[in-house]
Design a protein around this ligand. Structure first.
Ligand code: ADP
Length: 608
């Protein structure tokens, strides 16, 4: 059997996503690999398929016990023999699982890194034909990462003590250089191939909403997206508690999650969310790696996070099933001060502090750019998109016109020239606005020619214009903790009247986005008419819910939202038609196919 056949038969997908085929081929050649792919890119298939095809056993080391059950349930639902062994198994369960492994029936065994320190487990495994060791969330081995787990340091010596060295595959979404080096050395990868990619998530719609009343935005968003599953990230526990109460008071089924709650309470909320019992969760970033729910339709950041890595990881929890997801960041410049304060007070080494401030700067740039948001993210992660605009993000959707803005750019350049490139954004904007701040008085800048030159504009408009001049290359900003502005060659030309500035200006800047009708969501797929298909989709969703309850598994383990949408559009009533739906593998076809066919048929009868 070839990997593509496994993909079709077991998982019901017809083609690989970017990067998957290459990783699988590498592992099948018994060559180590390190794959850095974002959340939702489809890392699991990259090792599950080789795991099925290899003759020996695959050991999957995963940091979260709470996830293992879901992962194994999802595999079993696809008829892939897998087990997990962890501290939550009873003695009897463990005994049973060891005997299944010994019989050779099991292909994948999920464990936590701490299990490697168990003597019985180690000697048992030394007698088994282990073909592959998979290390999920491999960044946990690095102290430079954000989830360091000492248990990960035991992996390398454990593998080296095996009688025959298996192929080693490490997976993560964290791409920083230090962490990457640590993963390669501390996990003992040999002659490995490194894959970085698949960062684009075409089904996600990114949007930055600036300076709105955040509570009203969230509430009106919830009202428009009732029933959809979503996560709202807030920066502090206090904020989570407050927002949770606000939302709950309006009658929504909502949960909250943060590190200040008991383990039991957190576990319960997570389970209710996974099982679609409560659609909305308000959480701090503690609600993290443990979420493997594929049908999250939106992720709203109530505040700006501290860097793009964290943002993309959290936002990436939307739309893992490939159906559309929306990632909205509610931005206010005050967030910058808060993040700076946190960095300055929690990070002690000056080197690390400077690095984090640089990362924060990139986050701010993302929030303030007028250019394509997707392109910004991809470039940040080192990809080089061949296009300028994705036409599917908040910025690309904004109408722009070309305007001659020479006068404005010239004023900005005059100001930067006058302060001799020694000051940053805030000072330059204050001078242009003509604000009598203490700092301006201190330096005597009220006597500059540029003082008050743009006083007809609001402070925010001035900042946008300076920001745009930066993006368009008239002005440049230095690196470091206190970035200062200076003129580029083009900026000098505008200053001297040798060049005109033609800039793209957004028409109707979003003054009150919460009050405006929400943008029309990208269709579930180009060919699916969402409105027409919704009634049947809802019927299928409730059929799925009933089955999930009966089997005690999360609904998305049965079929993803994307699969249900496709059923709702093509209305399969025969086994052959059902088999053509993406996400319906052979086993699920036999187990659930007829139930959904029947639901479609009943629906059609009631419509006639
Ligand atoms: P990651 O571990 O990278 O965050 P997952 O492995 O959980 O992502 O995959 C995310 C979702 O994408 C899952 O629902 C999975 O079934 C789906 N998926 C993975 N590969 C494919 C593919 N080739 N075609 C369609 N869907 C896929």
């Amino acid at each position: 059997m070839q990997p593509l056949d496994v993909l079709k038969q077991y998982f019901g997908y017809s083609s690989f996503r970017p990067g998957q085929k290459e990783v699988i081929a590498t592992l099948m050649e018994h060559r180590d690999c390190l794959a850095i792919m974002p959340t939702g890119a489809g890392k699991s298939l990259c090792f599950q398929i080789p795991g099925l095809l290899m003759s020996g056993l695959t050991l999957v080391i995963s940091p979260l016990i709470s996830l293992m059950k879901d992962q194994v349930d999802a595999l079993l639902a696809q008829h892939i023999p897998a087990v997990f062994i962890n501290s939550q198994c009873t003695l009897e369960e463990s005994r049973q699982r060891f005997s299944e492994i010994r019989s050779g029936r099991v292909r994948l065994v999920y464990i936590s890194p701490e299990r490697l320190q168990n003597e019985f487990f180690t000697s048992f495994m030394q007698s088994m034909p282990i073909d592959m060791v998979v290390i999920d969330e491999a960044h946990c081995v690095s102290q430079w990462g954000h989830d360091f787990r000492p248990g990960y340091c035991a992996i390398r010596p454990w593998i080296e003590a095996l009688p025959r060295r298996p192929v080693v595959a490490a997976f993560t979404a964290t791409a920083t250089q230090k962490v990457k080096e640590d993963m390669m050395t501390l996990l003992g990868l040999k002659d490995e191939r490194v894959f970085i990619g698949g960062f684009d998530r075409p089904n996600l719609y990114f949007r930055v909403v600036r300076d709105v009343d955040r509570d009203s935005f969230v509430l009106s968003y919830l009202a428009r997206n009732k029933g959809d599953s979503g996560i709202i990230y807030a920066a502090t526990r206090k904020e989570v508690d407050r927002l949770y109460k606000e939302i709950k008071a309006r009658g929504y089924a909502v949960g909250r999650y943060h590190a200040g709650m008991t383990d039991g309470a957190r576990k319960k909320v997570q389970e209710q969310f996974t099982f679609d019992k409560i659609p909305v969760i308000v959480a701090t970033n503690a609600f993290g790696m443990g979420i493997d729910k594929s049908n999250v339709r939106y992720v709203i950041h109530y505040q700006m996070p501290k860097n793009i890595e964290s943002y993309y990881q959290e936002a990436g929890r939307a739309g893992r099933d490939g159906a559309p997801g929306e990632c909205i960041l509610l931005y206010n410049r005050r967030d910058i001060m808060i993040q700076k304060f946190l960095i300055e007070n929690s990070v002690h080494s000056p080197e690390q502090q400077a690095k984090e401030l640089r990362m924060l700067n990139a986050m701010v740039e993302y929030c303030e750019t007028r250019h394509c948001l997707r392109r910004y993210i991809l470039q940040y992660f080192g990809e080089k998109p061949s296009w300028d605009r994705c036409e599917n993000c908040g910025n690309c959707d904004q109408e722009v016109v070309k305007e001659d803005t020479t006068q404005i750019v010239r004023s900005i350049c005059v100001c930067i020239d006058e302060v001799k490139g020694r000051f940053g954004m805030t000072m330059v904007c204050d001078i242009l606005k003509g604000s009598m701040t203490a700092r301006i008085r201190h330096y005597g800048f009220q006597r500059c020619t540029s003082f008050g030159m743009l006083s007809n504009y609001t402070a925010r408009e001035i900042r946008d214009m300076v920001r745009q001049s930066l993006e368009d290359g008239f002005v440049q900003q230095s690196e470091g903790q206190y970035p200062v502005l200076s003129l580029t060659a083009d900026g000098r030309d505008v200053l001297k009247g040798r060049k005109r500035a033609i800039q793209e200006i957004a028409v109707a800047a979003e003054k009150e986005p919460a009050a405006r009708p929400v943008r029309k969501k990208k269709a579930v797929s180009e060919s699916i008419d969402e409105e027409a298909c919704r009634p049947l989709f809802e019927v299928l969703r409730s059929v799925r819910m009933d089955l999930a309850k009966k089997e005690h598994i999360p609904p998305f383990v049965i079929f993803s939202d994307a699969t249900l949408w496709e059923m709702a559009a093509s209305r399969p009533v025969s086994e052959e038609a059902m088999a053509r739906i993406k996400g319906v593998g052979e086993f699920k076809l036999h187990k659930y196919g007829w139930i959904f066919c029947q639901a479609v048929q009943n629906f059609q009868t009631t419509q006639e």
